[in-house]
Design a binder for this molecule. Structure first.
Ligand code: SF4
Length: 277
């Protein structure tokens, strides 16, 4: 969203300035929340996890409980197939992407498992510094690769807050590749971060809102009047034989086209970046 060759429009500048001010407030509020409940490891606040918890629950008492009792937040056990599929997908897509970037003569950098303030990106792709004169901080793209059907929107929300670089979402199960840009989602992004700042402040100040309902299922706060009981999930989350066959079929069928589409999207974004210099 630019104003021809005159640079960013004043609306965009206002948005960036408003968003950056809110982000500073959010990081401060999350740090305060983590410090209040000692949600830290070796003195370092667990900001990504705190943001994840806040974005996952309507009931703020439950959110506060999991921040106060990190060991209580037990994730289900998944069939190792999911992890293996995720790793292989990233490697397959990146190997194709490297080939396509080289064919186009673009010098690039790629990082995997790249840490940001509010999460860990699957992949970060950027131009080699020599192609960006002067070097710019945001000359990068982020890729989030989903080999399975689920797509946690709280994670997408955190990544949109964390960085303004384009976020490329890759969904192999449905053959979908899409690009999200914070600047194209201005009303959504501002409302999201303002609500999150208010939520973090409420929790840090002990003014959390208790909301019984859907969140009570699997909540472990036994001291709450609405506690319904909790059962440890010992079984492994896995696919049945028919679903497994369907999953493998769609996986191998979709992966080549998804890898090519992802490469084309990345090439397009990097070319735009080079032209913008
Ligand atoms: S039992 Fe329900 S109301 Fe109570 S803390 Fe848990 S989710 Fe909230």
């Amino acid at each position: 969203m630019t104003n021809g060759d005159k640079g960013p429009s004043s609306d965009l500048k206002d948005f960036v300035s408003d968003f950056d001010a809110q982000k500073e407030k959010l990081i401060g509020a999350l740090k305060r929340l983590c410090a209040t409940y000692h949600y830290e490891v070796q003195g370092r606040s667990l900001l990504p996890s705190a943001a994840k918890i806040l974005l996952s629950y309507d009931c703020e008492r439950k959110a506060r409980f999991y921040i106060k009792n990190p060991g209580a937040n037990v994730e289900p056990h998944f069939d190792p197939y999911y992890g293996e599929k995720s790793r292989f997908t990233t490697t397959y897509i990146l190997d194709h992407l490297k080939r396509r970037l080289s064919e186009e003569g673009i010098e690039y950098t790629i990082t995997t498992e790249s840490r940001s303030e509010l999460g860990v990106y699957d992949v970060v792709v950027g131009l080699k510094p020599k192609d960006v004169v002067p070097p710019r901080k945001q000359a990068t793209l982020r890729l989030e690769v989903k080999a399975s059907e689920g797509i946690p929107l709280e994670q997408v929300a955190r990544y949109l807050i964390s960085d303004s670089a384009p976020l490329i979402l890759v969904r192999v199960a449905f053959g979908q590749v899409t690009v999200l840009r914070r600047e194209d989602l201005q009303p959504f992004s501002l409302m999201l971060i303002e609500s999150l700042v208010a939520k973090a402040n409420r929790l840090a100040e002990g003014k959390h809102v208790t909301i019984p309902g859907g969140d009570c299922f699997d909540c472990r706060d036994t001291t709450c009047d609405y506690f319904r009981g909790w059962r440890k999930r010992s079984d492994v989350v896995s696919l049945g034989a028919v679903e497994f066959q369907r999953d493998m079929d769609s996986f191998f069928e979709n992966l080549p086209s998804v890898a090519e589409t992802t490469s084309l999207v990345v090439l397009d974004e990097l070319r735009n970046e080079m032209e913008a210099q």
